[in-house]
Design a protein around this ligand. Structure first.
Ligand code: EPU
Length: 425
C-alpha cells in the first residue's frame, strides 16, 4: 500500500450529524465464529476496515469463501484448513480468534504465536490455559501454537481467567460451544462485543448464558448451523466522533450507537464540561465552554475503554488545568505523546500515567502515527490545532475506522490525504 499522510487544517468547529459504522471488534469474532458451522452465513453491517479484510483473507486461506461487502456471505462448506499463516497473524493479532473454532470443529489447529505489538507485549497465555482446561493439548513448535484434542471433542470444565481478556473470553466461548458438557467461565470479560458473540452463537444453536457478566455458562452442543446477523455498531468509533466534536468545540449528533455503549466516555466528557444529550436518534455532543480538566483511568468494560485513552489525552491537552490519565490495561499506550508534544502539548509520562497540563491551544506540526488509535488521537489534535498538521503513516487509521476522513469532512473538517514518502525507522 502506498504510504499516505493526512493533511489537516485545524480550527473548524465540527457540526452536523454522523452515522456510526459496524463494530470492528464485534465483527472479527463473528467472522471467526462462522468456522464453527458448515454452510453459508450472512453478516450485515461489517465495517470496511483493514482488520476485517485480514480476517476475510484468513477465512479464505482456511478454505472459506467470503464475498460481498455491505452484506457479507461466508461459506464455510469447504473450510477444512487448520493452519493460520504467519503473515496474517503478524498483520493482525486478532487472527488468533480462529484457534478456538478450529479446535472445536476439527480437533486440531496450528496458529503462529502473535508477537508483541506497539501497545504492549499482549500474550495469549490465558487463551491457551483455558483451552487446556477444556482438554486441548498445546505445544509451541517453531513459534507456532500446535493444539490438538485427544478424542476429537473438547470437554466442558470450570475455568477462571487469571486476567480479564476480551479475545481470550471469546476464544473460550467459541471452543466451549461445541464441547461435551457444561463450561463455566469466571472473571470473563464483559464487553458488549462478548454479548454480541453470545447472541450470534446462540442464533447458531449454542446454549450460552451470562454473557455481559463476569460468569458465563456454556452448555456444549454437538453441532451449530450458519447464521444471519447485523453487526453491532462500533462504540470506539462513536466515542472517537464524540471526542472529535468535543475538541473542536463542535455540535454533532452521533447516530446509530446506543447511548449505553458509550456511557463511560459520555460521563468523562460531561466532567470536562461538554453537554451530552442522549436521544432516541443518537448522542448529541455540544462543547460550548472551555474544557475542564478531568482524570481518567482506563478499565475493562464498563470502565473507560483503553482504545479511547490516546484520544482523551487530546481533550486533556486542551483543558484549563491539570488532568491525569492512568492506563491500566496495556503497557504502552502513550506513543502519540511525543507527537502531541511537538504540537505544543504539555504532557509528562511516567510508566502508565500521563500528567497533562492543558495549554488551551495546540499548533499544527508534522507528526507520525504508530497505530490505529494513536493515528485517531493525532487526527483529533490536528482538527483542534491552529494551522496545518500532517499525520504520516495515516493508513494506520484504516485498520480500524471506516471512512473516518469522509465522515469528518461531512461535519466540516478540512482534511485530505496525500502521498507521503515511506518512513524509515
Ligand atoms: N492478557 C494477558 N494474557 C492473555 C490475554 C491478555 O496477560 O492471554 C492481558 C493483555 O496483555 C492486556 C490485558 O490482558 O494487558 C487485556 O487484553 P485483552 O486480551 O482483553 O485484549 P485483546 O482481546 O487482545 C481486545 C481488542 C482491543 C482492545 C482490548 C481491550 C479485539 C480484536 N481487540 O484486545 O482493541 O484494546 O480488547 O479492550 O477485540 C483496537 O481496537 O485498537 C484494539 C487494540
Amino acid at each position: 500500500m502506498t504510504a499516505q499522510k493526512l493533511v489537516v487544517r485545524g480550527g473548524v468547529r465540527l457540526k452536523g450529524e454522523v452515522q456510526v459504522s459496524g463494530g470492528k471488534n464485534a465483527a472479527l469474532p463473528l467472522l471467526a465464529a462462522t468456522l464453527l458451522a458448515s454452510g453459508r452465513s450472512q453478516l450485515r453491517n461489517l465495517p470496511q476496515v483493514g482488520d476485517v479484510a485480514t480476517m476475510s483473507a484468513l477465512l479464505r486461506h482456511l478454505g472459506g469463501d467470503v464475498s460481498g461487502s455491505r452484506v457479507t456471505v461466508v461459506d464455510t462448506s469447504a473450510a477444512d484448513g487448520r493452519e493460520a499463516p504467519y503473515p496474517l497473524v503478524r498483520a493482525m493479532r486478532a487472527s488468533v480468534l480462529v484457534l478456538g473454532p478450529l479446535l472445536a470443529r476439527h480437533g486440531e489447529a496450528r496458529v503462529p504465536l502473535p508477537g508483541g505489538c506497539v501497545i504492549g507485549p499482549r500474550p495469549i497465555d490465558e487463551h491457551c490455559r483455558g483451552l487446556t482446561a477444556l482438554g486441548a493439548e498445546i505445544a509451541l513448535e517453531g513459534g507456532v501454537i500446535v493444539a490438538h484434542v485427544p478424542g476429537q471433542r473438547l470437554r466442558g470444565a470450570s475455568h477462571r481467567f487469571a486476567v480479564t481478556t476480551v479475545t481470550g473470553t471469546e476464544t473460550l466461548m467459541m471452543a466451549a460451544a461445541l464441547a461435551r458438557g457444561r463450561t463455566t467461565l469466571e472473571n470473563a470479560a464483559r464487553e458488549p462485543e462478548i454479548e454480541e458473540l453470545a447472541r450470534v452463537l446462540n442464533k447458531m444453536g449454542a446454549r450460552i448464558s451470562g454473557a455481559g457478566t463476569a460468569t458465563i455458562a456454556i452448555d456444549g452442543v454437538s453441532a451449530l448451523h450458519p447464521v444471519e446477523h447485523t453487526v453491532l455498531p462500533d462504540r470506539i468509533e462513536a466515542g472517537t466522533l464524540m471526542l472529535a466534536a468535543a475538541v473542536t468545540r463542535g455540535d454533532v449528533l452521533v447516530r446509530g450507537c446506543e447511548t449505553s455503549l458509550v456511557e463511560a466516555v459520555s460521563e468523562k466528557l460531561r466532567d470536562a464540561g461538554v453537554e451530552i444529550t442522549d436521544g432516541s436518534d443518537g448522542v448529541r455532543v455540544r462543547a460550548r465552554q472551555t474544557l475542564r480538566p478531568t482524570d481518567v483511568t482506563t478499565r475493562p468494560h464498563p470502565g473507560f475503554p483503553t482504545d479511547l485513552a490516546p484520544l482523551f489525552t487530546v481533550v486533556m491537552a486542551l483543558a484549563k488545568g491539570q488532568s491525569v490519565l492512568t492506563e491500566s490495561v496495556f503497557e504502552r499506550r502513550f506513543h502519540h505523546v511525543p507527537e502531541l508534544q511537538r504540537m505544543g502539548a504539555d504532557i509528562v509520562v511516567d510508566g502508565r500515567t500521563a500528567v497533562v497540563h492543558g495549554t488551551a491551544r495546540l499548533s499544527g506540526a508534522p507528526v507520525v502515527a504508530t497505530d490505529v488509535r494513536a493515528a485517531a488521537a493525532l487526527l483529533l489534535a490536528g482538527l483542534a490545532a491552529e494551522g496545518t498538521t500532517e499525520v504520516s503513516q495515516a493508513t494506520a487509521l484504516d485498520r480500524g475506522y471506516e471512512g473516518l476522513d469522509k465522515k469528518l469532512r461531512a461535519l466540516g473538517a478540512d482534511l485530505r490525504r496525500a502521498p507521503a514518502p515511506e518512513m524509515i525507522a
